[in-house]
Write a protein that binds this ligand. Structure first.
Ligand code: ADP
Ligand code: MG
Length: 238
């Protein structure tokens, strides 16, 4: 399970309204991509879903349950950030297992999950290394692995490939697509990269200045953009 309903979510920082009423349905197992210009509210929306920010109003439901008062660790969500956010002093293995350990998961179960995730992400040779001994692509795979071992209902990715060079971006993108097929988990993925959006998404959500301009499949948006903004973003050449 891993459906998500966002109902009229608004978020203000002081006087500035950053999310101006977001409504969105994500089905279990769907791969949904958020695109939109820098500052339009993509990260804020992910953080509200994750519970890292409270919305000013509106509701977030996961599998039909309002999670407004559910703490982030109890929402069944794992988030992957652009900057990896790994602990430099911990090995790959311990970075991947830390969240489970803190949640009281038995060591044997942590080891079992790390074994599976590290095989999926080709991380087995690196389990005893520290982040400084890894390439950027390997570090991001560790951050993804750390999300996988938690067996979340919902994965949130915030521009996970932005710090990687072009070749690694392609590889890592393919790995994320493969992970989605294997885990059949719900994934929400933020990017400003049109190719990532078009190739990964079942459904693309185009955001602009705190509102949704259009929601649709890549082909729907490409062939029938609702307005010039969407057309410009999804890139039928102007
Ligand atoms: P995006 O991820 O689409 O680039 P963000 O969600 O990070 O956009 O930010 C949307 C807007 O909200 C920006 O104008 C940003 O400066 C503002 N913002 C984000 N977080 C905070 C915060 N903690 N305090 C004040 N303003 C914020
Ligand atoms: Mg952002």
């Amino acid at each position: 399970m891993g459906s998500l309903n966002i109902e009229n979510v608004k978020k203000a920082f002081g006087p500035v309204e950053v999310l101006k009423g977001i409504d969105l349905e994500v089905n279990d197992g769907e791969f949904v991509v958020f695109v939109g210009p820098s500052g339009c509210g993509k990260s804020t929306l992910l953080r509200v879903i994750a519970g890292l920010e409270d919305s000013t109003s509106g509701r977030v439901l996961i599998d039909g349950t309002d999670v407004s008062v559910t703490p982030p660790a109890k929402r069944g969500i794992a988030m992957v950030f652009q900057t990896y956010a790994l602990y430099p002093h911990l090995t790959v293995k311990n970075n991947m297992g830390l969240g489970l350990k803190q949640a009281g998961t038995p060591a044997a179960e942590i080891d079992r999950r790390i074994k599976i995730a590290s095989a999926m992400l080709s991380l087995e040779p690196y389990l005893e290394r520290r982040p400084a001994e890894l390439s950027g692509g390997q570090r991001q795979r560790v951050a993804i692995g750390r999300a996988v071992v938690r067996e979340p209902k919902l994965f949130l990715f915030d521009e996970p490939l932005s710090n990687l060079d072009a070749a690694l971006r392609v590889n890592t993108r393919l790995e994320i697509a493969q992970l989605h097929r294997r885990l059949k988990a719900t994934m929400i993925y933020v990017t400003h990269d049109q190719v990532e959006a078009m190739t990964l998404a079942d459904k693309i959500v185009v955001l602009n200045a705190g509102r949704i301009e259009q929601i649709g499949s890549p082909m729907e948006l490409y062939n029938s953009p609702a307005n010039d903004f969407v057309a410009g973003f999804i890139g039928s050449p102007k």
